[in-house]
Design a protein around this ligand. Structure first.
Ligand SMILES: C[S@@+](CC[C@H](N)C(=O)[O-])C[C@H]1O[C@@H](n2cnc3c(N)ncnc32)[C@H](O)[C@@H]1O
Length: 250
């Protein structure tokens, strides 16, 4: 039986999929899977960490693997040599099994052996790349993490359908896992998400893109060269707004 998720072509020409379980696409079909991954996650995260020779990356939720593959692609095409350790988490084993057949953009052809290895063995290792794909619930996985991450790609489905990965308590876990000068990237610009980040002590930045909607960067120390969002002002304009909490969703 074919276990592949239904393919959907995005406006940038790349393919994403639709999750009937969550009732959402894996990416914004308007922004495009590849563009969303590059613009909202990979390019800003790698730029902020450009001075580091070795990067630890937490890729929550692996999904179709765009964020991991676009990271490798961006480093390769820009001749950036670094050691990369990617720790990825995803709880949908059927999806991971199906990825050997997924219709990725042509530019990912050179990573076919990596996708095959991740899909069949859960890991890939070379001289400069270590990737581990953990097939568990992300909240459980975070409890076992020992590393500090330079980059966290926060890429769950939307807070409306995937709330456990957007709560104040969840971001407390991520705050402690982010390296002091590291960065968390997410497509969400919603006020409850920003409040969950802010109330944990994150500094929050709005990132504008040319061909995609805006996204959010969050850091534990102020980020030079970026305009920090004035959260006190947002709160005074929206005094009723609250972050999601674990006890309200489980
Ligand atoms: C928006 S998609 C991720 C897209 C992905 N980053 C990519 O580049 O293709 C969200 C993914 O999160 C996974 N997911 C949702 N809740 C999860 C959880 N609690 N633990 C682990 N994975 C989860 C879903 O199965 C889905 O694959």
């Amino acid at each position: 039986m074919d276990k592949s998720p239904a393919l959907v072509k995005c406006q940038d020409g790349s393919f994403t999929a639709y999750s009937s379980e969550f009732g959402e696409h894996y990416h914004s079909t308007k922004d495009g899977a590849l563009q969303e991954s590059l613009q909202k996650h990979v390019i800003p995260a790698l730029h902020i960490n450009r001075h580091k020779p070795k990067l630890f990356i937490l890729d929550i939720c692996f999904g179709l693997g765009y964020n991991t593959l676009a990271t490798l692609h961006y480093l390769h095409t820009n001749n950036i040599s670094k050691h990369i350790s990617i720790f990825s988490v995803e709880f949908d084993k059927k999806l991971i099994d199906s990825l050997t057949k997924f219709k990725y953009p042509k530019i990912f052809d050179k990573y076919k052996h990596i996708i095959d290895s991740l899909s069949t063995t859960g890991s890939y290792h070379s001289k400069t790349i270590d990737i581990q794909l953990h097939l568990v619930d992300a909240r459980e996985y975070l409890l076992t993490c020992k590393e500090k991450f330079d980059i966290i790609y926060q890429d769950a489905f939307s807070p409306a359908v995937n709330p456990a990965l957007w709560t104040y308590e969840y971001f407390t876990q991520l705050y402690h896992l982010l390296a002091k000068d590291g960065v968390l990237t997410t497509y969400s610009i919603s006020l409850p998400t920003r409040l969950a980040l802010y109330k944990n002590g994150f500094h929050i930045y709005l990132l504008k893109h040319q061909n995609c909607r805006s996204s959010t960067l969050a850091t534990t120390v102020p980020l030079q060269g970026y305009d920090e969002i004035n959260m006190q002002h947002k709160i005074s304009c929206n005094p009723q707004a609250e972050p999601l909490h674990d006890n309200a969703i489980i």
